[in-house]
Design a binder for this molecule. Sequence first.
Ligand code: PLP
Length: 409
Amino acid sequence: MSSPVHVPMNQFPVEDDCLLVGGRPLTEIAAQFDGRPFYVYDSALLTRRMDELRAAMPGELLIKYAIKANPMPEVVRHLSALADGLDVASAGEMRVALDTGLEAQKISFAGPGKMDWELREAIAAGVVINLESENEMERAALVGVELGARPRVAVRVNPAFELKSSGMKMGGGPKAFGVDEERVPAMLRRLGELDLDFHGFHIYSGSQNLSAESIVAAQEKTIELGYALAQHAPTPVRVFNIGGGFGIPLFPGEQRLDLEPIAHNLARRVEEVAQRLDGARLAIELGRYLVAEAGLYVCQVVDRKESRGEIFLVTNGGLHHHLAASGNFGQVLRKNYPVVVANKVRGGEREVANVVGPLCTPLDILAAQMEIAVAVPGDLVAVYQSGAYGYSTSPHDFLSHPHPGQVLV
Ligand SMILES: *Cc1c(COP(=O)(O)O)cnc(C)c1O
């Protein structure tokens, strides 16, 4: 049996055996950074991904971007013009979202543990707050009284079911996120007594799901749950956000998500939701699906060593810049991201090598025993699928090396 391989990565063209990003050779972009590692995001690929998604999905479906996947202001601005809204998870992210000029009511603020000053800032701006608890609802109402503003709120529901085949579960069972569905009717009754402007429901069950079948199944249960809870709402639901969880292939053996069954099912449900819930709009919110494949992390080979029969390419980048690719961001068994020698994509000769970083820890691995072009110091190593959960989720100060750069081209 042959071992599983990565799906082909062909989002970036190759010219003279070098990757092109935004039509420019990666070596030229690297020169701008003087050899320092960097992330590069391709704006045309961001646009293309959104266009393809729009073409597949029903026209009435709202598609929101969850900016924690990539909060770089230029990326958020680019997507704010293409998406129907932005989902943020802190006051810091909210400022990035508001700075795009998007209307405040198209921005929703999720996440447990919102502090009073964050609620104040969000309510003053007119952002929709996804309430994560009854306590947060009471505090939002108090802030509203204090500011003389009517807070826009939605209720985040923790469903009783779980999203199957999800890389990261965020609903079902006891969770820090949202309010258990069985508590929501009482919460909605109380919400009606407070001076709060009810927008709708937010039900988010998980992330990094590559199975269309399980996403459809979760959406079906989510929509049925929304119908049941809407009976208790003080005013009609305006936006019903059923989450996302669309995954991208990262590891050998993973296949791209098939959108067709999801789109097919939503086409029917979008109309039904509008009918049964007084014109409510169905929304999904996506993070990594919109940005991950448009980004590369790039570093340089500094040393090439042999140790007891294995090749080690030591680079100036690694875990401190790209925690996820090193395998230390939620992975149980370490697997390789797709990695390539960016200026020798095919390469004259190929070999099996380990690509490691400069940190004094055995965790600092970018690729373990991977088949790759023979590389020497000065060559560029690129990690694919790095447009999401790369730069912002990494411990840049660990070992006090220079921080990576970031650029949207
Ligand atoms: C993290 C998160 C997202 C984005 O998740 P992806 O896996 O990047 O799509 C969306 N919504 C909420 C509430 C989140 O916490």
